[in-house]
Each structure stands twice: as structure tokens, then as C-alpha cells.
Design a protein around this ligand. Structure first.
Ligand code: GRF
Length: 217
């Protein structure tokens, strides 16, 4: 039996972050494998990406349920049945209840397209540009009950250009999202990530060098 960490990836759409995880897992040395991809929206592109990679997919349409809890019960059972050990939210556009988050505490991670704790929620790129911040980026974090909250595992900063548009910034950040998600999963799968006093510690982490200044002149 494989000793790789078993991932369940939850999506609602395009699935480009899912693709970055699929691509990473295709390297034999990657210490995690995707055992199921679950979408709450039928017919989305991410499901095709998973099917193409030979990964089992399930649609659990939230519209078939009157409340969040019964939807999440089905989701929880599907993840358990697939033997999932780490749940990766990848553009999953449903707010999860405290109950679901507690059941998967420290086994549930998310990617968010900003440097948390700045710009939680939607329209992050537009809001970052409007706020005049010089950097935005992306964050991988453990999920806690509050939206886009929880111990931060990894972040990448991306400079904001002086003529940036939300779409252009989103595209540049997405490139970094696709690197950071597999990195965070690898660190967890290697057993190097722990949480102490709500902060993530990474064993044998390589310290980044230098500083980045924006603007450069
Ligand atoms: C990404 O920008 C991710 O950070 C956010 O939703 C978007 C999903 O994109 N949570 P994709 O479906 O992975 O392409």
C-alpha cells in the first residue's frame, strides 16, 4: 500500500490549482497523492482535469441540500470513504461551518489570493489595487472557522505594478499559487509542519535571503 499522504481536493470551478497538485503528484518522488476530487458545482472544468488524470471525481451539489450541515455530512462521508488524510480547498466557493472545520481540524488547508490577513474574502485583487498596497500575493493556510483565517503555512509576495489591473494582477499571482500549493502540501506530507500557539513551524525550512523593495527606484 502507498505510504503517500492521501489528498482530497475540493473545487467549484476552473481547477487550475487542482492542476498544479495533479502535476506535482505525477512526479513519483512527491510524497502525496490525490485520491478524490469533489466539486459542489456540476460540469466544471476542474472535474475534467481530474478525470483526464484518472482521478475519481464526485459532484455533491450544494443546491440539492436545504442546509449546510446535511451537505457537509455527505461531503465528510465521501472524504472518509476515499481515505482522505488532508483536504485541500482549491477554489472551493462554499463557506464551511464550524462543525465541518472542527472535524477536519489541522487536516484542512486553503489557498487564498492575497497576503493574509489582508484582503480576506472576494475581489482581493481589485481591493489590493484600490488600497494602494505595493505587494499582494497568495497564502496557504490551515482553515479555521472564520473566513480566510488560520495558521499560515506559506506565502508568496507579488509586487503590484503602477498600471496594474485586477485581471493582470490575478494572472501574475496565479502563477505563484501554482508553485506554493504543491510546496505546502509537500511540507505537510514530509511531516515538517506543526502548529504551536496558532503559528505554523516548519522543520528545516530554508530562510529566504534579502528584502524586496517596491518601487525599486
Ligand atoms: C484561486 O485564485 C484561489 O486562490 C482562489 O480561487 C481561485 C481558484 O482558481 N481561492 P482555480 O479554480 O484553482 O483555477
Amino acid at each position: 500500500m502507498s505510504s503517500k499522504l492521501k489528498l482530497g481536493v475540493l473545487i467549484s470551478g476552473r481547477g487550475s490549482n487542482l492542476q498544479s497538485l495533479i502535476d506535482a503528484t505525477q512526479d513519483d518522488s512527491f510524497p502525496a497523492e490525490i485520491v478524490t476530487v469533489i466539486s459542489n458545482v456540476p460540469g466544471v472544468a476542474g472535474l475534467d482535469r481530474a478525470a483526464k488524470a484518472g482521478i475519481a471525481t464526485t459532484v455533491i451539489n450544494h443546491k440539492d441540500f436545504e442546509d449546510r450541515e446535511p451537505f457537509e455530512d455527505v461531503l465528510h462521508d465521501a472524504l472518509n470513504e476515499a481515505g482522505v488524510e488532508l483536504v485541500c480547498l482549491a477554489g472551493f466557493m462554499r463557506i464551511l461551518t464550524d462543525g465541518f472545520v472542527s472535524r477536519w481540524l489541522d487536516k484542512l488547508i486553503n489557498i487564498h489570493p492575497s497576503l493574509l490577513p489582508s484582503f480576506r474574502g472576494l475581489h482581493t485583487h481589485e481591493r489590493a489595487i484600490e488600497a494602494g498596497v505595493r505587494f499582494s500575493g497568495c497564502t496557504i493556510h490551515f482553515v479555521r472557522p472564520a473566513m480566510d483565517d488560520g495558521p499560515i503555512i506559506a506565502q508568496t509576495a507579488v509586487p503590484i505594478r503602477h498600471d496594474d489591473t485586477p485581471d493582470a494582477l490575478a494572472a501574475r499571482i496565479l502563477v505563484e499559487e501554482h508553485k506554493i500549493y504543491p510546496l505546502a502540501v509537500r511540507l505537510i506530507a514530509e511531516g515538517r509542519v506543526s502548529i504551536e500557539d496558532s503559528l505554523v513551524k516548519i522543520k528545516d525550512a530554508v530562510n529566504p535571503d534579502g528584502t524586496t523593495i517596491n518601487p525599486e527606484n
